[in-house]
Ligand binder design. Sequence first.
Ligand code: NAP
Length: 482
Amino acid sequence: MTPSVAIIGAGFGGLCMAIQLERAGIRSYTVFEKADDLGGTWRDNSYPGAGCDIPSHLYSYSFEQYASWTRRYPEQSEILGYLEHCADKYDVRRKIRFRAEVRRAVFDGVKWQLTTSQPAEHTEAFDVVVMGVGQLNRPHLPDIPGMSGFEGVAFHSARWNHDHDLAGRRVAVIGNGSSAAQLIPRIAAQVERLHVFQRTPNWVIPKPDATFGPLTRFAFRSVPGLQRAYREWVYRYAEATLYPALAQGWSAEPLKKRALRHLRDQVPDPELRAKLTPGYPPGCKRVVIDSTFYPALTRDNVDVVTDKIVQITPKGIETTEGLREVDTIVYATGFKSTEFLAPMEIIGRGGRSLEEQWNGGASAYLGISMPNFPNLFLLYGPNTNLGHNSIIFMIECQVNHIMACLPHLSGHGPIEVRPEVMAAWSRQLDAAMARMVWGGGCQSWYKTAEGRITNNWPGSTTLYRKLTSKPPLTAYRPIPAT
Ligand code: NAP
C-alpha cells in the first residue's frame, strides 16, 4: 500500500518533500498551503534588501544545482524564482492546494484527520503528515503601550507595505537583527530621517558579496563538477570555521576579532561604536552578516536610539529621553520562533495534545518525530536551526529520513519514535547544548522565555546527516494496541 501523505506548507521544506515523493513515484500526496502562492518565508519577506546571507550555491537543493544565480549571496526574488523553477521542473505545483490552511490534525488510531479551510471547512484523512511550516513564519509584534493609537503607518518587516512610499518620510525601525540590517541600508537614503531603535547590539561580520557575470555563470553551467566543487568548498568552510566558534572552540576569538575590526573599519565615531559593541560572545544571538549595515548607521539622517521605549503615541515613539516624531514605524521585531506549529491544534494517540506534550518547550527526535504522534514528521523542527550553515542541508537530511521511514509504514501500520529513544535523544541534546555559546549572556529567538534552547542544533551538520541517515526502524515502533 502506498501511504497517502499530507504536506503542510509550500516553502523550502514542503516543496523538498513533495519533490522527493514525486521522484520516488509516490503521487498520493497533497500539499496544503495557507497563502495563495508558494515560497514560504521567501514569499513573505519581501522587504527592501531581503536576501540570504548563506551563499546561493549552498542555499539550494543538492539535487537541483542552479547555474543561473547572479550573485554570490542570493536576493529574495532570485530565491523565490529558484523555488518556482523547482516546483515547475519536478511538476509538484499541481499538487499544491493554495489558500488551504490546516487548522487541526487529529490521529484517530489509524489515520490523521486534517481539518482544512479549502474548499470550505472540512476534514480529510491521511496516513502520514509532514509539517513544513518553518520556524520563522509568524511575525512577532512587541507589546508596547499605545501601539494601536499610532496615527501613521506601521507594519512588520515580514509584511512589508509596498504601497507606502518611504521617500521623504520620518521613519522608525524597531529592531536591529538580520532583517533590520538588510532593510535599513536600502531605505536610509530615501527617507528624510531614520530612527533605529536598538535594544541589544548585534555582532556583525562582512558579507563578501559579488555578482556572477555571464562568464562565471557559463563556467558553472559548462565545466563539469565546478558547481558541485564550489558548493562543497562553501559548505566545508562554514563547517570548519563558523561552527567551532559557536561551540566555543578555536575560532571563537578570531570571529570576535573579525567583527570588532569590521566595526572599527566602518564606524569612525567612537560614541556610535560603543553603542554598537555587544557585551556577550559572538554567536550567542544570530551573527549579522552584512557589509552595508554599519555605513547606513553612520549617515547624517540616521540615529541609533538606545534609550528605552516607553510608549507609542499617535505622533511617534516616546523613550525615556523624550518623543521622536515619526510617520512610519517598521517593526523588525522577529518571529514567534519557539511556538512551533502554532496555531494548529494537534491531537495524537490517546487524545494527547502536542501543546500539552511540549509544555516545557518543543522537542522531537532528530527534530523530526515525537512519541504519541505516529506517522507525523516535522521539517525544520525543534533543535534543527543553524547559526552557521544552510538550513536547506538540514531539510534534505530530514526529508531523506522520512523517505526511509515510509516503506515501513505499510507492513506495520502507524509507527512512532520509541519513548526511550526520545529520552536518550533529549539527554544527548542537553549535554551537547551545554558547550554551545547560545546558553549564556544573551536573549535570543533560539530559546524560550524560560531559557530552554528549543531552536538550534548543537552539533555539526555532518553529524546531523550521519544521525538522520541511520536506518530508522530501530528508533521507531508500531504503535501499541490500545
Ligand atoms: P530577530 O533577529 O529576532 O530580531 C528582532 C529584533 O527586534 C531584535 O533586535 C530585538 O531586540 C528587537 N525587538 C524585539 N522586541 C522588541 C521590543 N519589544 N522592543 C525593542 N526591540 C525589540 O528578527 P529578524 O531580524 O527578523 O531575524 C530573525 C531571523 O531570521 C534571523 O536571526 C535569521 O536567522 C533569519 N534571517 C536570515 C536572513 C539571512 O540572510 N539568512 C535574513 C533575515 C532574517 P533584542 O535583540 O534586544 O531582543
